[in-house]
Design a protein around this ligand. Sequence first.
Ligand code: GLY
Length: 364
Amino acid sequence: MTISRRTFIKASALATVGARISEGRTPVTIRQPVAQRPVVISSSNHVRLEDGTDYYNGIRATKKAFQLLLEGKDTLDAVIAGVNIVEDDPNDISVGYGGLPNEQGEVELDCSVMHGPTGRAGAVAALKYVKNPSRVAKLVMEHTDHVMLVGEGALRFALAYGFQKQNLLTERSRKIWLAWLEQHSDRDDWGPSQVPIIPEPESAEQRWIRQIIAERPTGTINCLALNEKGDLSGVTTTSGLAFKLPGRVGDSPLIGAGLYVDNQIGAAGSTGRGEEVIRTCGAHTVVENMRHGMSPLEACLDALKRIVHFYPGRPDFQVKFYAINKRGEYAGASIWSGAEFAVTDARGSRIEPCVYLYERPKKK
Ligand code: GLY
């Protein structure tokens, strides 16, 4: 299935009021969506395969969650069902099954969930062998007196609740990991022999893998839902930074960093470089900004500015925030241009561009 990006942006532009403002010297587009309930938003999770096929997992997730909201399902059940599609998809190399592994070739998953109506939360970090950390995180919320379980303890807990152990490394993610091992350093013994050979032309698959390695994805899906009554919930699930140190935990499973929900105010989540979001309590900051009167967009941009403030030049990483307020206004914002997010509401499903702080320099 190939999705035309232009079609989605055009569709969203019809439904929004657009204006240009200047953030320092960089112009950004301010979009003011008409408030609507119910609404579901998520990161775009654009999947592009070796053969050029592409689709948006964010559209699949928000569509599923929205459909469940229309059936009267709980907002947390709705977003978890939405992201389960992405966790199960072997083609999405940043979440769940098929996610890129740590430097040892082991897939370690992080996730948090937060249920607005009860204010409860659950999370798992560095969970191996179980492809749906979002479902395990919800069980932690419901069946323990804790908020977060990690590593071996999280796995034991999942197995106790009937989850099956499975190898989460697909052929595709194994190949990418091996290529990374061979390419990331010329000071170890991985990589081509020093004996000269006649170089062969790079195949399309090799080029695809090289681009992924250069990017070093921090993938992740964050999905937020608001139902007709005004109840909110959210989930953030990821395989984390590709080729990370074993045991590295990003922002996704940390309540207040990769996810925060306050049923009186709104919900927020993040994707991108988790370390920056942790240091600035990202999602909590966005929700607190909304509490003090900012729109979802202003709240996200302010939280991004708190990150870039630490980098007197311009940071070389990407962070994106997503937010919905109680009324149904929503936003996606990023440090760098080119980012997108998915929305499903009564007007349909679409991809919208994130508002950004800096224009990415054009490739020469
Ligand atoms: N934001 C995902 C991560 O850094 O792990």
